[in-house]
Unconditional design. Structure first.
Length: 183
């Protein structure tokens, strides 16, 4: 029956709660009331796990923007940084800029894109796919880890990246140019 399917979404849960709350402990739709409670518990457990995962991912991370120590981009504003990551600013003086981001979506990347670029990580990927086909351009260099980002920024004149606060504090080839507090 469609009304008893777990894929029925919130309608199933609301109907189940209403039937249980009204004292209906009769056999309904081929299931006993205790089976309905077990299904309700399962649905609530899945919802709680999903919400907990989303909340953990949504937590803002305090980010610091780093550049190659030799890059002439000090200081940077959020607007300039946004334009660098969107490919609107590609040179600083005679130095070609190389923005650095992460291959996989992480709380660090989510926080950076929300607070600086003003779009989600997925919207950013979509933006660059469209931009490459329409106008061309060079998208940000992608790395797999914070250590790789620090190493790439340190080895590349004009590189700009972002890492958690404190991650690059003692690195001899990079410098922190903008701290973005978590919101």
């Amino acid at each position: 029956m469609a009304g008893n399917s777990l894929s029925g979404g919130t309608g199933y849960v609301a109907g189940l709660v209403a039937r249980l709350g009204a004292g209906h402990m009769l056999r309904t739709g081929g299931r006993h009331w205790h089976q309905k409670i077990a299904h309700l518990a399962w649905v609530l457990a899945v919802l709680c796990l999903t919400m907990g995962t989303l909340a953990a991912e949504a937590r803002a991370v305090e980010v610091v923007v780093i550049t190659n120590r030799e890059a002439p981009v000090d200081p940077l504003t959020k607007v300039q940084l946004r334009n660098i990551y969107l490919g609107e600013i590609t040179f600083w003086g005679n130095t070609r800029l190389t923005p650095v981001t992460y291959q996989h979506e992480t709380p660090l990347q989510i926080s950076f894109f929300q607070q600086v670029v003003g779009i989600s990580a997925n919207a950013f990927k979509t933006y660059w796919i469209k931009r490459i086909f329409r106008e061309g351009g060079i998208p940000p260099q992608r790395v797999n880890s914070v250590d790789e980002a620090i190493r790439l920024v340190g080895d590349t004149p004009g590189a700009v990246g972002y890492v958690p606060v404190g991650a690059a504090a003692d690195h001899p080839k990079v410098r922190e140019v903008l701290r973005i507090p978590d919101n």
